[in-house]
Design a binder for this molecule. Structure first.
Ligand code: GLY
Length: 352
C-alpha cells in the first residue's frame, strides 16, 4: 500500500492500493476510532460500492446509516445540503461520529462542506471513486456547494481524517470520465514534473490502467507538497489553476453542458501554452508534447469559442480579482509560474 502523509493544519494520510475498498472498515476504525458513520453517496456509486463499504465497516463494529442522492453536478446544491443536514439530525449524528464521502468530486465537496458546518464541524473520511477525485478534489481540504449564479461559491477549508483511494473503482468509469481525470493528471505534470508527464505520455486512454497507481501517487504527492506550503490558497496553490482560468470560461460559455471540467481544462492548458509560445515564454517543443498527450487521452486542444469571447468570462471567475488576474504560465514541461497582471494585460496577452 502506498501512503502519503499530508501535514496540513490537521495532518492525515492518503492511502492508495487496488482493492482497498474492502479494507476500509479496518483503516477507518484504526484512524478514527468512530463507532457510527453516515455514508453520503450518489445513486450510481451506491449501486456499485455501498454494500462492500458497509460490510467492511460493520465487520469492525462501526454502525452505519446511508444518504443517497441523484448523481450529477446539480446535486451540489443548497437544497441537497439541507437534506443532508436533516438526515444527519434525524439519525442522531454527533461530533464523535463520522461522515464518509463515497464517490466523485460532487460527493466529496458537498459531504466535506456538510462536515465543516454540521454541529460546527464533524470529522469526515474521503473514499474517492473517480480519477479526478482521487488525484485532486479529495486531497487538500477544499469543500463547497454551488449557487445558481456560480460554482463553488459557498465553501470551507476542511481537511479529512483519511483518504482511501482504490484504483479498481476506476474500472467502472466511462472513457470520458477517465479523460476528464487525466486532464488534471497532465496538469500536475505540466506544472511540476516532467517525469510524471512522460509516464502519462507513455500510455493512452486504452492502456492507462497499467500506470494508474503510480500516476495517482505522483499527483497526490505534488498536491501534498503544494497544500503543505499554501493550505489556504493565497500563493503557490494557485499553480493548480493552470488551464482553469480559460477552462472555467469555456465551461461557462457553453453553459456547463458541452464541455466537462477536464475537457475545458485541457483546452485551457493548450490555449494558454499556445499564447506562451507566441510570447516567447515557452518552447514550441513543450507545446507539441502537450498537444500529443492531450490527443492520446482524447482531450480537446481548443474550443469553438474564440479567445475574444472567452477572455471577458475570465473576469467573472472567482479566482480573478476585479482589476488583476493571476495567470498561470508554463515555461516548460514541469515548470510553471504565477503571473499577477492587470486584467487589461491578460487580455492583450491572450488576444495577441
Ligand atoms: N483543485 C484545486 C485546489 O485544490 O486548490
Amino acid at each position: 500500500m502506498k501512503k502519503i502523509a499530508v501535514k496540513a493544519s490537521k495532518p492525515y494520510e492518503v492511502l492508495i492500493e487496488q482493492g482497498l475498498l474492502s479494507e476500509c472498515g479496518k483503516l477507518i476504525a484504526k484512524t478514527t476510532g468512530a463507532g457510527f458513520a453516515a455514508i453520503i453517496t450518489d445513486d450510481i456509486v451506491d449501486r456499485l460500492y455501498s454494500e462492500k463499504v458497509i460490510s467492511s465497516l460493520e465487520a469492525q463494529g462501526i454502525k452505519t446509516v446511508k444518504y443517497v442522492f441523484k448523481n450529477g453536478e446539480s446535486s451540489k446544491s443548497s437544497d441537497n445540503l439541507n437534506k443532508i443536514y436533516n438526515f444527519l439530525a434525524e439519525n442522531g449524528i454527533t461530533r464523535t461520529d463520522l461522515l464518509i464521502a463515497l464517490g466523485g468530486g460532487v460527493t466529496g465537496d458537498i459531504t466535506g462542506y456538510a462536515a465543516a458546518t454540521y454541529l460546527r464541524g464533524v470529522r469526515f473520511v474521503q473514499i474517492p471513486t473517480t480519477l479526478l477525485a482521487q488525484i485532486d478534489s479529495s486531497v487538500g481540504g477544499k469543500t463547497a456547494i454551488n449557487l445558481p449564479c456560480g460554482k463553488n461559491l459557498v465553501g470551507a477549508f476542511k481537511q479529512p481524517e483519511l483518504v482511501i483511494c482504490d484504483p479498481l473503482t476506476l474500472r467502472t468509469l466511462s472513457d470520458e470520465t477517465i479523460s476528464d481525470g487525466m486532464a488534471e493528471a497532465i496538469k500536475y505534470g505540466m506544472i511540476r514534473s516532467r517525469e510524471l508527464f512522460d509516464i502519462i505520455a507513455s500510455r493512452n486512454l486504452k492502456n492507462y490502467f497499467e500506470i494508474i497507481d503510480d500516476v495517482i501517487y505522483r499527483c497526490v504527492s505534488i498536491k501534498r507538497d503544494i497544500v503543505e506550503n499554501d493550505e489556504f490558497d493565497t500563493g503557490e496553490r494557485m499553480l493548480l489553476n493552470f488551464g482553469h482560468t480559460i477552462g472555467h470560461a469555456i465551461e461557462s460559455f457553453f453553459n456547463y453542458e458541452t464541455y466537462t471540467h477536464g475537457k475545458a481544462v485541457a483546452s485551457g492548458m493548450h490555449i494558454m501554452t499556445e499564447q506562451a509560445v507566441k510570447h516567447g515564454d515557452c518552447s514550441s517543443e513543450a507545446l507539441d508534447a502537450l498537444d500529443s498527450v492531450l490527443r492520446s487521452y482524447d482531450l480537446p486542444l481548443t474550443t469553438e469559442a474564440s479567445v475574444t469571447e472567452l477572455v471577458p468570462l475570465c473576469s467573472k471567475d472567482k479566482k480573478c480579482e476585479s482589476t488583476s488576474i493571476n495567470a498561470i504560465v508554463c515555461s516548460d514541461i514541469g515548470k510553471a509560474s504565477i503571473r499577477k497582471m492587470p486584467f487589461s494585460d491578460f487580455k492583450a496577452y491572450m488576444e495577441s
